[in-house]
Each structure stands twice: as C-alpha cells, then as structure tokens.
Design a protein around this ligand. Structure first.
Ligand code: IMP
Length: 438
C-alpha cells in the first residue's frame, strides 16, 4: 500500500454533506495523522471499514484505521458527552483510541447553556421568519463565547477549582437573556457534569500544535479533514446563513497552529449536484419532482439531524468560488450515479440579475441574492454510471456533463465517486490522487 509523502487538505466546496467521509476514509490509511481543525458535532460522517459502519461527529475519520493518529485541533468546539458516546461506539466495535488520540488543550468546550441559547434563538427567530436552521448543537454560542473571551478550553479542565470563575460570566449572560424560567441547569450542576464527563478525556488533552509541528518536521504525512464547507464559512459563505467557523482553508491554519507551508495540496469535494440543509440562498434549488428524485435516490437526509436536504443542480458559480477561495488543486466529484437514468440533467452556469444581465459573481450580502435567478444549461441524461471504475467506460453523455463541469470551475477531476461502496469510483490518471489511490 502506498503511503503519502505530502500533506493534504480535504475541503467541502458546497454547503456540506458532499461525501467528504468516503474520501477521507479511502485516504486516511495512507496518512500518519488525521486532523480535524474546525466545527463540532454539527458535522456528521459515517465511516465504513470491512462492512463496519459507524456514525461519527467529532472523532476524526481514520478512527477505524489503527495506523492513524487522530488529532482534534484548537479550532474545534467539542461536546464531550457526544465525544464519549462516539468513543463508546468505537470501543464496542473493537476500536480503542488510547495512545492514538490527542485533543488540543486550546479547543473549546460546548456547554449546556450554549446549546440552550442556540435552540432558544432558533425558536424565536422562527416566529419572525429569520431562522438560520442551525443544527441546535450549541455551535454558534460556543464560538461566540470563545470570541467574547468567555469560553472554556479543554486545558482549563486541569484547574477544576477555577472553572466556576471561567464559566460564570458566559453562563450569567445566557441566563439573563433566556430569563429565569428557561430551565437552565444550575451553574454548579453544569460544572459537576462537566468534570464527570471530562475525567476520561484528561489523558487525551495536550499540545496538538506542538505534536503536529513535530510530526511535520519528522516528515510524516498529515491529512486535514475539513468539516462543513466553503459556502457555510463564516466569512466566505452565504452569511448569515452559515456556520460559525472558517470551514475554508484559512480555518486550517488558525485551527491547528500550523503555517501555510505545512499543506502541500488541496482536494476539494463536491457532489455532482448540490444540496443544502437549513435556510439561506440556493439559486439552484429544485422545488419540483426532480428535486424530490435527487433527495430520494441520493438519500439526502441529514446525518446529524435527519432533516431532508434541499436539492438542486450543480452550481458552477458557487463551486468555482470555493475552488478559488481554497486554491483547490483537484476535485473529487461525488454521487454521479444518483443522476443515472434521468432524461436530462442541468448545470447552473451563472445567475440572471433582476435587470437580465448574466453574471457568475457571487453576491456578498444576503439581500443581493434575492433577485438572482439560476441560468441552467441542460444536458442529455445518461444510463448507468453506478460502479464504474474507469473514466473511459463512462457513458459519453456523462463524460460531456463532467467536461463542462470541470471547465466551469477550472479545476481538474481527480476522483469520481460512482456509488457508496469504497470500490465504486474512478481515479483519474496523472492527477492529485493517483499516487495514493491509483
Ligand atoms: P450550526 O453549524 O449548527 O450553527 O448551523 C448553521 C448552518 O450550517 C445551518 O444551515 C446548518 O444546517 C448548517 N450546517 C452545519 N453543519 C453542517 C454539516 O455538517 N452539513 C451540512 N450543513 C451543516
């Protein structure tokens, strides 16, 4: 088996759920370190090895490959209770992470009042029609507390006597906002619960930045596993309908403490069509039977919340924006087989403004999206791509579609997924992933 000699970042190019899990799972056995650097248990991925399938939210993919060392960087926010459940599930299947898991002492902890605030806000926002549709996991408030200097880091757990002073300011603010009837647990109860939950984790907490720096200097290979995706990035996504972390490349550096030189190449992941969960602009959305078809065939229901995903055609302007933002070297296009046996397939080549002008520029502000209409180019559908492992054996109609897709985002395809199984896919010769998967 070939082992990677360079460091690779894997990033989502749409609104998440692109199928990063399958690619990370394929690649992680080739890397010494697998690193999460942002997000929390809003992410969800299912890893499958030898028929064993486990849903993970915060444990880096690679958990099922005993040779991989797993790192959770400082940019992640962690729900320790959920983390424990993931470790238990892994252990029950015979995967013990002792000795190969490191959690950054600078990573922040999601606390019960963060979750309460997230859910309280969404209920209120729903009444006035400004709901974001968060996962309700307390992700936003945990990052807010971090920025407001009221967060609790994993390293703080080493000083239990100081926790009350660390947590109280944020807790008091949330209580003030939610009112006395919100049913928040008492501060003492939160601290007791935290200390109890955190105890088994103390041995895993340490200097992740130093660990990664040393690993890099030793010449070990590192796989960086992005969560969510560029269009959900707090700065470069469809703000305010985004998550609260930088899911694009910049977040990798702030979320690990490694410098840009530590990343050799960037693989962008996109589905052959587009989905998004929650509210926000989505010009490619299909609110008809075609959208329902993609949802049913693609099993487009959230891994974390079970919510049906909104579905639409591949949106070239948003994906090209994500490729540029991240400096993507190669694409993994996922789930092409979901579009098998359709009479025609569409691809969004641009947006038509209210004045009728065609543009491929993404608006920066929510208001600017309102008048944009998707400009769709249609292609003749194809028969079956499911299970194809050689790009030359793809139906010519599928090939024509992929040619236009790649031209529109100006990045070559390196891997094409044609089914959920790890063997269902094509590695493109002479591209980024060939040395690893070819
Ligand atoms: P939050 O991350 O829970 O605050 O949710 C903010 C937005 O990001 C919502 O639209 C969520 O549906 C979306 N989101 C967060 N995590 C994921 C993910 O892993 N996949 C897809 N959408 C996500």
């Amino acid at each position: 088996m070939s082992v990677a000699s360079t460091n690779l970042a894997i990033l989502g190019l749409q609104w998440g759920d692109e199928g990063k899990g399958k690619v990370v799972d394929l690649l992680s056995p080739k890397f010494h370190q697998v690193v999460r650097f942002q997000g929390g248990n809003n992410a969800g991925h299912t890893v499958v090895v030898d028929g064993v399938s486990i849903a993970l939210h915060q444990v880096p993919s690679g958990a099922l490959h005993p040779g991989c060392f797993l790192v959770v960087g400082n940019g992640v926010v962690l729900n320790l209770e959920v983390f424990q459940q993931e470790l238990d599930r892994l252990k029950a299947r015979g995967f013990d992470l002792t000795g190969r898991l490191l959690l950054s002492e600078k990573a922040h902890i999601i606390l019960p009042h963060h979750i309460a605030l997230d859910q309280w806000r969404e209920i209120r926002a729903d009444k006035v029609g400004s709901k974001i549709g968060t996962t309700g996991r307390g992700i936003g408030p945990a990052y807010e507390m971090k920025a407001a200097r009221m967060g609790v880091r994993l390293g703080d757990l080493r000083y239990p006597e100081a926790l009350v002073d660390r947590i109280r300011p944020g807790y008091d603010e949330v209580r003030l906002r939610l009112g006395p009837d919100a049913g928040l647990p008492a501060l003492e109860t939160i601290i007791e619960g935290l200390l109890r939950t955190a105890e088994p984790f103390l041995k895993f907490i340490g200097d992740a930045q130093g660990h990664l720096m040393a690993s890099w200097k030793r010449g070990e290979s590192i796989l960086f596993e992005g969560a969510q995706a560029t269009l959900l990035d707090i700065d470069h996504g469809t703000y305010p309908f985004v998550t609260s972390s930088n899911c694009s490349l910049g977040g990798l550096f702030t979320g690990t403490g490694l410098p840009p030189k530590a990343v050799d190449s960037i693989l962008g992941i996109a589905k052959a069509y587009t989905t998004r969960v929650g509210a926000g602009p989505f010009p490619a959305e299909l609110l008809d039977a075609t959208g329902d078809h993609l949802r049913e065939v693609g099993r487009e229901f959230g891994t974390t919340t079970g919510r049906p995903r909104r579905c639409g055609w591949f949106d070239a302007p948003i994906t090209a924006h994500a490729c540029r933002t991240n400096g993507v070297d190669g694409l993994a296009i996922m789930k092409l087989d979901v579009m098998d046996n359709m009479d025609q397939v569409g691809l969004i080549v641009g947006y038509r403004t209210g004045e009728g002008t065609l543009t491929s520029k993404l608006p920066s502000c929510a208001g600017d999206w309102k008048d944009l209409r998707a400009e769709v180019k249609y292609f003749k559908g194809w028969g079956i791509t499911r299970g194809v492992t050689d790009r030359n054996k793809l139906p010519k109609e599928a090939q024509a579609y992929l040619d236009v897709l790649t031209q529109s985002v100006e990045v070559p395809i390196s891997y094409l997924s044609t089914g959920p199984d790890r063997h269902e896919g094509c590695v493109y010769p002479g591209t980024l992933l060939e040395p690893l998967l070819g």
